[in-house]
Design a protein around this ligand. Structure first.
Ligand code: MG
Length: 296
C-alpha cells in the first residue's frame, strides 16, 4: 500500500518513496497539539480526554504534565517557551523557563473564554488563538458549561492587550501564518453538522490585521483542524483520511494517508523535514523531501 496519494505531480517530489508513515505510539484517546522541541529532541502533544500532555522521544513516551487542564493546542514562542491552550481552565498559558505558569488570556470584555483550541505566534510576537466552544460542550475534553462569548479568533499583543480579530466564523480552529507573514489561514470546523463549513479561510495581513477573508479550500474528507506551512508556502492540513497538502493557490496537491482521523501536525526533526501527526489514539511521523516552518 502506498502511503501517499498524488494529485499534482509536484507533490510526488515532496515525498520519499521509501519513507514510511510510521506509528510512533498509541493507546491514547484523542491526541492533539503537537509541538516540536528540537533542543530537547522531543515532541509534546496533548491527550485531551486523559487530561495530560505527553512527551515523545526516540526512547518512548512519558507524561510531561498531568493534570494538563485538558490542554489542546500548543506552540512555542520566539524565546522557546511553551504556549498552551487549556479547555479546563478556559485560558491560554505560557510555561516559563522555571516551570511557572503565566496566564496569557482567560477572558474578553469581562466574560470567560470558551475553550481555547489552537495557538500561533505572529512575526511581531503577538499570540493568536482560536476560541471555539468544543471544550465546554461536554465533560469529555473539559467541563460542560454555558458559552459566554461567540467563537472568535483573538490576538494578544506583546504588551498583553487582547482584541477580537476574527468574529464571523462558526468555529475557528487550526490557524497558521504563511512563511512571509502576509497571509493567515484559519480552519472553520463549525458545529460538526454535515451542513457546516468544512473549509479553510485565508486572510490578507495588512498592517497586522486580517482582512479580505475568503474561502481558500474546501476539505473533502472530514474537516480541517490543525495546519502548518512549509517553506514554499504550501499548507499542510489535517483531514479525516490523513494530511492534505494544499498549494498557495488553493488546489489539493496530494495526501499523506493515515489510518486514523488526523487532528493536527507539526514539522520537526533536525531539518524540519519530519512531519509529526496526531491522529485519534496515536501519533505518527513521516520524513518528507520538504522543509516545514517550525513553530513559531
Ligand atoms: Mg484544533
Amino acid at each position: 500500500m502506498s502511503f501517499f496519494e498524488v494529485m499534482d505531480p509536484v507533490f510526488a517530489t515532496y515525498v520519499l518513496g521509501n519513507a514510511p508513515v510510521k506509528r510512533l505510539a498509541t493507546g491514547f484517546d484523542w491526541t492533539e497539539g503537537p509541538v516540536w522541541f528540537g533542543d530537547a529532541g522531543c515532541l509534546l502533544f496533548s491527550d485531551i480526554p486523559n487530561n495530560r500532555i505527553v512527551r515523545w522521544n526516540e526512547e518512548g513516551v512519558t507524561t510531561y504534565r498531568q493534570p494538563s487542564n485538558y490542554a489542546n493546542g500548543h506552540t512555542r514562542d520566539r524565546q522557546g517557551r511553551l504556549i498552551s491552550c487549556e479547555h479546563g481552565t478556559r485560558r491560554v498559558t505560557r510555561t516559563e523557563w522555571d516551570g511557572s505558569i503565566t496566564v496569557i488570556a482567560d477572558s474578553y470584555q469581562g466574560k470567560r473564554l470558551n475553550s481555547p483550541n489552537d495557538v500561533i505566534v505572529a512575526p511581531d510576537d503577538a499570540i493568536w488563538f482560536s476560541d471555539p466552544h468544543y471544550g465546554i460542550m461536554t465533560d469529555y475534553e473539559g467541563s460542560k458549561a454555558e458559552q459566554e462569548l461567540p467563537c472568535t479568533v483573538y490576538r494578544v499583543s506583546p504588551a498583553g492587550g487582547i482584541e477580537a480579530v476574527i468574529t464571523d466564523m462558526q468555529a475557528p480552529n487550526g490557524l497558521v501564518f504563511s512563511p512571509d507573514g502576509n497571509r493567515l489561514y484559519v480552519a472553520d470546523t463549525g458545529r460538526m453538522f454535515s451542513s457546516d463549513p468544512q473549509h479553510i479561510r485565508v486572510f490578507d495581513m495588512v498592517d497586522g490585521c486580517p482582512v479580505n477573508g475568503r474561502i481558500f479550500h474546501v476539505i473533502t474528507s472530514g474537516c480541517a483542524d490543525g495546519m502548518r506551512a512549509d517553506s514554499d508556502g504550501n499548507l499542510w492540513s489535517s483531514a479525516a483520511d490523513g494530511v492534505h497538502c494544499i498549494a498557495p493557490d488553493g488546489h489539493l496537491m496530494g495526501k499523506i494517508l493515515v489510518p486514523e482521523l488526523v487532528s493536527n501536525l507539526c514539522f520537526g526533526g533536525h531539518a524540519k523535514h519530519r512531519l509529526f501527526i496526531t491522529a485519534t489514539t496515536s501519533i505518527y511521523s513521516v520524513v518528507l523531501n520538504r522543509r516545514g516552518i517550525q513553530t513559531p
